[in-house]
Design a binder for this molecule. Sequence first.
Ligand code: ADE
Ligand code: ZN
Length: 338
Amino acid sequence: MATSLDDFVRNLPKAELHVHIEGTLEPEMMFALATRNGITLPYATLDEVREAYSFADLQSFLDVCYAGAAVLRTERDFDELMTAYLRRATADGVRRAEIFFDPQTYTNNGVGFDVFMPGFLSAIERCHSDLGIDSALIMCFLRHLPVESALDTFEAAEPYLERLLGVGLDSSELGHPPRDFELVFDRARAAGLHTVAHAGEEGPAAYVWSALDHLGVERIDHGVRAADDDALIARLVDSGVPLTMCPLSNLALGVVGRLEDHNLKAMLDRGVKVTINSDDPAYDGGYILDNYIATAQALDLSRTDLVRLASNSIEASFAPEADKAAWLAELAVVASTG
Ligand code: ADE
Ligand code: ZN
């Protein structure tokens, strides 16, 4: 008997390349940490939290997400947050997760690298040995803050650079072009780090060009608006620079009005190396499996499309080539028997 769509997608080995750890803070954990740390939340009940999760745009989401992250205070909090995400991702068939974190959100609350880094890293190591999931950290700079703050953050991260996979750029996009962060991205690349950036989520295709040309990024996070520019699509196809798309996030934040109107399938068919990811699953309506399933249903993706999306995710990851080859070989077996 043919496997259900859900089982088929779950069993595909895949990589998650666009998830913000702050965006995995579930309301239950937010309440528990607020109580443990003596922090007063602007919500009295879980229902009130869920009601607040109705977003008009990216900024209205970011305001709520950054406020929620204020409950994260101790090494144990960061360990528990990371452990919960990695368990959930493993259950969805994720073999490799490249996870964003926003240090400036924590340092602005008086919580330093010496607190969150050991918390994240202990969870990553424990989940690798207990669950087999392979994961790594990408440090994002908040683009609504000046480049000087990003440079200070890079300096504060220096003792931990060996433990970082790369750097990224996130937060409010409009009015904050990638070019503004050239200096800090140059430093990161010189230190041997990978580079990625959010571009073309709410911002124009010009910001995707800017991320490619001024920041030299290896992947574009979102890139929905790249479809407005044929020359840019040609550049993405020719260079093989992947897009880490997040369909349920795009729906929740009004980037698309209906999932049926998302351009993910059109981009895939045009030869762009598209991947499916969750972005902020506790806020946006779903983890990676939910994103695959909802997108498959809305855009009528075939099982061949789904296998292509999973293989793109593995190829687009920054994992060692031998690991990628092993996951791709496993994917080929699952795809042929599923
Ligand atoms: N930080 C968390 N989620 C984000 C998103 N979708 N865009 C930009 N910054 C973010
Ligand atoms: Zn994002």
